[in-house]
Design a protein around this ligand. Structure first.
Ligand SMILES: [Mg+2]
Length: 411
């Protein structure tokens, strides 16, 4: 027998030119159907070339691609008659289609398209599928990743470069209330090694400076500086200094109060717990303050945390920050530093953030996820999530809700 290797051209198993039969059965699922079909086929000494099965709301669809009956094991006509009679006996419909060889190899340019809908409408599904086809892509496989907290469906697409497909689908996502993430297919996708998150309005629902400002009675002044920064009148560093200055004289005891006030984003714990189970390291970088991020690091078992440090002298905030400033460039620098410390290439990192401050970090990472971000950030990032659940990032990595829940049950 000739030796075949998966890398050799023309197929590894010698089935590329042999007659094959596609056997499809459909009907009410019950135990033993797959065994029953293959026991029926076994008497014709056929080999299995491909096999796929799905069960949707109690209905099974099973497609088996098998070689034609072996010499001396019966004819194709006899096989057809036997399968149909078996199917009838168990209340199923069967269809058998003759042909040659295996499925054609999937095209190059393979991507995973994850669609998050809340709900996922037929209209949106039609639009996305049409865009994929319009871009020259072929949908090879579709499956559901999750039904909670949103409906997440994944399309495996080939035939169009990932970047091109991403651009095409981003237009569709922008026009409709749906999140569409396009990532290149490959081994790396399901196993990120380092995930780095922004804190304010990403890991937590709050803006930490505003929590401090509320205790100092200067919310309005702080908000005015924030607004000026967002209008581009102040850069981040100047706005940070201007806002922290307003906190001067605040008692140190406020730090504990603010720590207690911080509200995690829904799904944050699930995301972190699941990533840790996958052997992934998790860190945070924040334009906020170490007084809060260190507490989060402790509370959530994070591997890395970096932020600006509020200076405290004689039990009072001085209105200054100390140490290295964490700004837009700083966040990207910290992502690189954490990756180096973790021994992880940048291609195996994921960054998540919502602000303009996060853009350099999002673009430096292997996958940058804009999380409930401003339109500017959403457009510039690789991918965007607009539903307010942090654990939906897992779906972008191809991890299913079922896998998350099974891991939780074991843990
Ligand atoms: Mg933020």
């Amino acid at each position: 027998m000739a030796e075949h290797h998966p890398d050799s051209p023309g197929g590894p198993d010698g089935t590329e030119h042999v007659p094959t039969l596609l056997v499809k059965i459909f009907g009410k699922d019950r135990p033993g159907l797959t065994a029953g079909l293959f026991q029926t086929l076994a008497s014709y000494a056929v080999d299995v070339v491909d096999l796929e099965q799905v069960v949707t709301r109690g209905r099974i669809t099973l497609c088996a691609l098998v070689t034609s009956p072996a010499r001396g094991a019966g004819t194709e006509g006899e096989l057809r008659a036997t399968v149909h009679s078996w199917a009838e006996s168990v209340g199923l419909q069967a269809e058998i289609i003759s042909g040659i060889g295996d499925n054609p190899a999937r095209g190059t340019g393979r991507s995973h398209v994850t669609v998050l809908g809340n709900p996922l409408t037929a209209d949106v599904t039609a639009a996305i599928a049409a865009r994929i086809t319009g871009a020259g892509g072929n949908i090879d496989r579709i499956y559901r990743l999750a039904k909670y907290p949103v409906t997440a469906v994944e399309f495996d697409v080939s035939g169009v470069p990932t970047e091109e497909l991403r651009t095409e689908l981003a237009m569709e996502a922008a026009a409709r209330a749906v999140d569409v993430a396009v990532v290149a297919s490959g081994l790396q996708r399901r196993a990120p090694r380092l995930v780095v998150m922004d804190v304010d309005s990403t890991l937590i629902q709050d803006e930490v400076i505003e929590l401090f400002a509320a205790h100092a009675g200067c919310e309005e002044e702080v908000a005015a500086v924030t607004a000026a920064a967002m209008r581009g009148e102040l850069d981040f560093e100047r706005s940070l200094h201007a806002r922290v200055k307003l906190l001067a004289g605040l008692d140190e005891s406020v730090v504990d109060k603010v720590r207690a006030e911080v509200r995690l984003t829904p799904g944050a714990r699930t995301l972190i717990r699941t990533l840790k189970r996958l052997g992934c390291q998790v860190g945070v970088v924040s334009g906020g303050f170490t007084q809060v991020t260190d507490a989060l690091r402790e509370r959530l078992g994070l591997d890395f945390a970096a932020a600006n440090a509020l200076e405290i002298v004689d039990g009072k905030l001085t209105g200054r920050v100390t140490g290295e400033i964490v700004d837009r460039a700083g966040k990207a620098r910290l992502l690189r530093r954490f990756a180096a410390e973790a021994g992880v290439p940048l291609s195996r990192t994921v960054a998540i953030g919502d602000g303009a401050n996060d853009l350099d970090m999002l673009n430096a990472a292997g996958l940058g996820v804009a999380f409930n971000a401003k339109p500017l950030v959403r457009e510039a990032a690789h991918t965007a999530v607009t539903v307010p659940f942090l654990d939906t990032v897992l779906y972008l990595l191809g991890i299913t809700r079922e896998e998350v829940e099974a891991a939780d049950a074991q843990g």
